[in-house]
Structure formats: structure tokens, C-alpha cells
Design a protein around this ligand. Structure first.
Ligand SMILES: [Zn+2]
Ligand SMILES: [Zn+2]
Length: 246
């Protein structure tokens, strides 16, 4: 950790410890009683195998850019993922997204922070990939924000979720081909020039598959004048774990 932990992180952490006392949690990975994210599940988190493409972070057979990034480089400068999208992290992310497992965000942020810190990125603005207004109303919270906010506090980064908005409702990317994914999220975002112009931005998302959503978000940030856009995700969906890539 490069910076002293923000007192607000401790406040958030104590808050969730209080909630845990009132409502004893279950491990989001394996269901064990009494913890949000148990030690066993933490140890089962798999790092993305090396070597990977320096741009999109996809594992490649030989060092260097992947074929897709050679043909059409993304709008972001780099995408890195903390872990492979596989059990038990997959269950944990599902729980974060669909079961209002709010305190889990803090547990995941705590475990992921040394990885993000180790990237040695500079961030003037740190923000989660936003949901559309209608999706936010429906779910009541942005699951990525639940991890991004404590992560920003741990890293000492300026958290500005309002810098990027999703202006168009997009259907779920699940089950779409890479081409369909790109079309689905094209022009779906708008960034606020006053907050990102001349700044280095780091985006965070839960799962990256082809990187199409992050690419579209990065395009909007670039149009608004961001000088660098990097992205980090909790997980990366990989073909050897059942996901199709480009
Ligand atoms: Zn567990
Ligand atoms: Zn690539």
C-alpha cells in the first residue's frame, strides 16, 4: 500500500463489522456461516495466467499484443484483471450483483487492493463503470461501486463516479458475440469534460470478457479529454473457463 489508509475506509469497515454482528453473514463463495468471504475462498482466487496482452490483458501464447489489439487497438491504455472469473469468485460477484450483498464489496476491495496498488498506476479520477439510470433504479445500487468506493479509499484515489454516465440502456452482454457486444455498447456513455479533461482516469468493472464495455467507456472519456484511461476488473472471463473470446 503506497498511502496510509483513509480514515473513511475504517469507518466503512467498522460499519460493516457492526452489520455483521446484527446480521451474521454467510460466505458468498461457499456458504460458510459467520464470514462474508472466507479464507478458503480467498485462497482459491486464481490470478490471470501470464503472459498476457499488454493492452487488453488477455492471456496470449507469446509475449506481445494479441491479434485483436494488433488489428484494432482499444481506446483504453491498459486493462488488467485481478483474477480469473471462476468459482468461488464467480459466486461472490453474482451475490454482489443480484443479492444486495453490500458488505462483500468491502471484503473484495480489501483483498484486491494490493493487486491494484502493485500496478503502480497514477489516477486523478477513479470511477466504476456506471449503470443506466433505469437499471440503477431497478437494482438500487451499482454493484461495481460497492467495490470501487472502498478501493478508492484504500488506494488514496479520488472517487468521482459522476464523471461518467450511461446515457443509453444496453441489453446484457451475456450471450452476445464480440461484434454484437461492440455494437451493443457503442455510444452508450458520456463523460463530463469538467471532471476528466487533462486527467488520468482509472475505470473499474466487475467482469471483463471481450473488453467492449470498457472500450466504449474509454472512448467517451477520451472524447471528454482524458489523457490516460486504464481499466481494472475484479475478474476476467477466459475461454478455458467456458467463455468465448473474439
Ligand atoms: Zn468461502
Ligand atoms: Zn489485446
Amino acid at each position: 500500500m503506497t498511502k496510509a489508509r483513509d480514515w473513511r475506509f475504517y469507518a466503512l469497515s467498522w460499519f460493516w463489522q457492526g452489520v455483521d454482528l446484527l446480521f451474521p453473514p454467510q460466505c458468498a463463495g461457499c456458504g460458510r456461516q459467520g464470514v462474508r468471504w472466507c479464507q478458503d475462498c480467498q485462497h482459491k482466487v486464481l490470478p490471470v495466467p501470464q503472459p498476457f496482452c499488454p493492452l487488453c490483458g488477455l492471456p496470449v501464447s507469446a509475449p506481445g499484443r494479441c491479434l485483436k489489439c494488433q488489428a484494432q487497438p482499444p481506446a483504453f491504455d491498459a486493462l488488467r484483471s485481478w483474477a480469473v472469473f471462476a468459482a468461488p469468485l464467480r459466486q461472490a460477484l453474482h451475490s454482489l450483483k443480484y443479492r444486495r450483498n453490500l458488505g462483500l464489496g468491502e471484503s473484495l476491495a480489501r483483498q484486491m487492493a494490493p493487486f491494484v496498488s502493485g500496478l503502480e498506476w497514477k489516477a486523478d479520477v477513479f470511477l466504476p463503470v456506471p449503470l443506466s439510470a433505469s437499471r440503477l433504479r431497478e437494482r438500487g445500487y451499482n454493484q461495481v461501486g460497492l467495490v470501487a468506493r472502498p478501493l478508492a479509499l484504500l488506494l488514496g484515489w479520488r472517487y468521482l463516479p459522476q464523471a461518467l454516465t450511461r446515457i443509453r440502456e444496453t441489453r446484457s452482454q451475456v450471450g452476445l458475440t464480440p461484434t454484437e457486444r461492440r455494437a451493443n455498447v457503442r455510444d452508450a456513455f458520456r463523460a463530463r469534460t469538467s471532471l476528466v479533461q487533462g486527467r488520468r482516469v482509472v475505470l473499474v468493472d466487475d467482469v471483463a470478457t471481450t473488453g467492449a464495455t470498457l472500450d466504449a467507456a474509454a472512448q467517451a472519456l477520451r472524447r471528454a479529454g482524458a489523457i490516460e484511461v486504464r481499466a481494472v476488473t475484479l475478474a476476467r472471463a477466459l475461454p478455458q473457463h467456458g467463455f468465448q473470446q473474439a
